[in-house]
Design a protein around this ligand. Structure first.
Ligand code: F6P
Length: 339
């Protein structure tokens, strides 16, 4: 093993830079060079790929552990879904004499890696980096903890103004198609309602709207003050703004909608993400040196493990059942009756 390639792909996540740094330091320790490919898999498939790669020295990663985003840039790459793109990627890796490739990203990025396997024989390791926390086999993904903290900080601020005006807010959170962020943020900022795929599937929009309207009205009878509903993105057709409009029009409930959006993806990684990313970066290099391939590094019960890449992306990781139960059967009911 002489030279490792590394790239970040898909939605960036706070802590990706910490993982890049750990990979470079661990590789240096074992006298292995690291080449960084820019703009996700585009750095491998772009015809001008030579300009999209550069050696990552210790100096280059010296002061990046605290930075959000990714110094390697990120992207989603359509060409990695095509035979032509995969062949170019393999050619690029061979031209750079790369023996092993480390990809920091989510399920889409790992599908790209698995597809590349048909065309390239080097070792391939995935590091789970996504705010969505939806990869199976690891307790946490890099970026999730920071995104949850960012969501909490924002909603604590919304709570102040909501309290002052005794307003109802609907705050939409990221997570693509999973509710890890929504449930964790909702519980940590004492949201009166948490609406996510796991507890509020919108199979019949009209029935769900009526249910929500009744619950809000019942709660308003018993309490004064703010009322915060957090909702997962992609749950309600049209999102938080549409839900607010429908509650107003059909149930005469006035709500203020707020989209946190990409704010959740940015910012300096909190301690938990820096440390997780560092452990995963070191584990990825150790795995590649010991001959592992097509695996994702994962943390389970505070220890590092390797999980087959296809296993990691086969099923979306579920939100903790205890968390859902606590919200649904205890917290939400109590919030409903509080004076
Ligand atoms: O996967 C990370 C994520 O931030 C999701 O939570 C969100 O649905 C998506 O990426 C947004 O993607 P984009 O930045 O391309 O709009």
């Amino acid at each position: 093993m002489k030279r490792i390639g590394i790239l970040t792909s898909g939605g960036d996540a706070p802590g990706m830079n910490a993982a890049i740094r750990a990979v470079v330091l661990a590789a240096h320790h074992h006298h292995i060079e690291v080449v960084g490919f820019y703009h996700g898999f585009n750095g491998l498939v772009c015809e001008e790929h030579i300009a999209m790669a550069e050696p990552l020295t210790l100096v280059k990663v010296n002061s990046i552990i605290h930075l959000g985003g990714t110094i390697l840039k990120s992207a989603r790459c359509q060409l990695m879904h095509e035979e032509k793109g995969l062949k170019i990627a393999a050619k690029t890796l061979n031209e750079h004499d790369i023996d092993g490739l480390i990809v920091i990203g989510g399920d889409g990025s790992f599908s790209g890696l698995l597809a590349l396997k048909q065309h390239w024989s080097g070792r391939m390791i995935g590091i789970p980096g996504t705010i969505d926390n939806d990869l199976d086999g690891t307790d946490y993904t890099i970026g999730f903890a920071t995104a949850v903290n960012t969501g909490i900080e924002a909603i604590d601020k919304i709570r102040d103004t909501a309290d002052a005006f005794e307003r109802i807010f609907i705050v939409e959170l990221m997570g693509r198609h999973s509710g890890h962020i929504t449930f964790n943020v909702g519980i940590a900022c004492a949201a009166e309602q948490v609406l996510s795929f796991e507890n509020f599937p919108v199979d019949d929009q009209q029935v769900r709207l009526l249910q929500l309207a009744n619950e809000i009205k019942a709660a308003q009878k018993n309490r004064h003050g703010s009322y915060i509903i957090v909702i997962a993105e992609n749950l309600w057709p049209g999102g938080a703004f549409e839900l607010a409009k429908q509650l107003n029009k059909q149930a005469d409930i006035e709500c203020t909608a707020c989209l946190l959006g990409h704010i959740q993806r940015g910012g300096s990684p909190i301690a938990k993400d820096r440390i997780l990313a560092t452990k995963m970066g070191v584990a990825a290099v150790q795995a590649i040196i010991s001959g592992e391939s097509n695996v994702m590094v994962a943390e389970k019960n505070n220890a590092m493990h390797l999980i087959a890449l296809d296993e990691a992306i086969k099923h979306q990781k579920l939100v903790s059942k205890q968390l859902i139960d606590a919200q649904q059967n205890i917290l939400a009911l109590t919030a409903q009756t509080q004076c």
